[in-house]
Design a protein around this ligand. Structure first.
Ligand code: ZN
Length: 293
């Protein structure tokens, strides 16, 4: 039995990378009975067969997985925010960060187009003070590629960002060797079958970069709702205060004796981060766990 990583799945075939050789595999039939579908990013055990299809026999335990794009075992999520055109939306950024935290993925904030607006220290402060790594990118010179390469080494990384931030352009400029297809939305397969979104991992700098055409903030909102009990923990700068609120039922919005609100007043938590929390809390406050799809 060989061990490898699924780097592409299309039309019922999975492409498994094992020591730099790609094997075309079919999945063992009874995964479906276990309600389990192999995902790009999965580490798998598979059999190599001379006169039959190679077969994925076992999916190894996942560190995490996303619904859309369907992707497993992501280590780092680069969240791309442009400073202008479109201007960074902190609520969208904070949503993406919260989902990454919820899924145990390291979020890294990437501020692009510093050549068009050099007044971005406010955003660097917000995110660095909250405990995140921030990378700034000058879109004229595309300096900073080495910083990305150092992070990617040995990891599985995905990039996301709001529509219009120029994710693919950024990636292609930073890493010309990747030659990612840009703007791919659908690919026709035989017999009228369509796949609207497929993810693919590209080997790069000793790690993998996921090309995920459909990875938008909209998908995140739709498919990865965080329940209100979990939400405060997805804001990492809140965590130090969560045990110190006067009431166990504290919502950390403007409750009496709330330690998070006190930290907000004292400037230890940024206003924009807290207002994103409030907006996200209000969206899910009436959803019960059993109603979650
Ligand atoms: Zn509180």
């Amino acid at each position: 039995m060989a061990i490898g990583k699924i780097v592409k799945g299309i039309g019922g075939f999975y492409y498994v990378d094992a020591d730099d050789v790609i094997y075309e595999c079919k999945a063992r039939g009874n995964f479906r009975n276990d309600n389990l579908t192999p995902l790009v990013g999965d580490n798998v055990e598979f059999s190599i067969n001379e006169n039959a299809e190679n077969r994925i026999e076992k999916i190894l335990e996942r560190k995490n997985s996303l619904v859309r794009p369907p992707l497993a075992n992501i280590d780092v999520l680069f969240i791309i925010c442009s400073l202008v055109d479109p201007k960074i939306n902190t609520l969208i950024t904070d949503r993406l960060i919260a989902v990454a935290e919820y899924k145990n993925i390291q979020p890294i904030i990437v501020l692009t187009k510093t050549d068009l607006d050099d007044n971005y220290s406010e955003y660097v402060d917000i995110y660095e003070n909250a405990g995140f790594r921030v990378i700034t990118v000058n879109n004229e010179s595309f300096e900073g590629a080495q910083e990305f390469k150092n992070i990617i080494s040995g990891k599985v990384c995905a990039f996301t960002g709001n529509t219009g931030v120029g994710k693919s352009t950024l990636l292609n400029n930073l890493f010309p060797a990747l030659e990612l297809e840009t703007g791919e939305t659908s690919k026709k397969l035989g017999r009228g079958k369509h796949t609207t979104r497929h993810s693919e991992l590209f080997k790069f700098e000793g790690g993998y970069v996921a090309d995920t055409p459909g990875f938008s903030s909209l998908d995140i909102q739709r498919y990865d709702k965080i329940m209100k009990e979990d939400l405060p923990y997805c804001f990492r700068e809140f965590r130090d205060y969560l045990g110190e609120c006067r009431f166990n039922s504290c919502t950390h919005i403007n409750d009496k004796g709330c330690a998070v609100c006190k930290a907000l007043e004292e400037g230890k938590i940024s206003k924009s981060r807290h207002s994103s929390y409030v907006a996200m809390y209000n969206e899910v406050k009436d959803i019960k766990e059993w109603q979650k799809k």
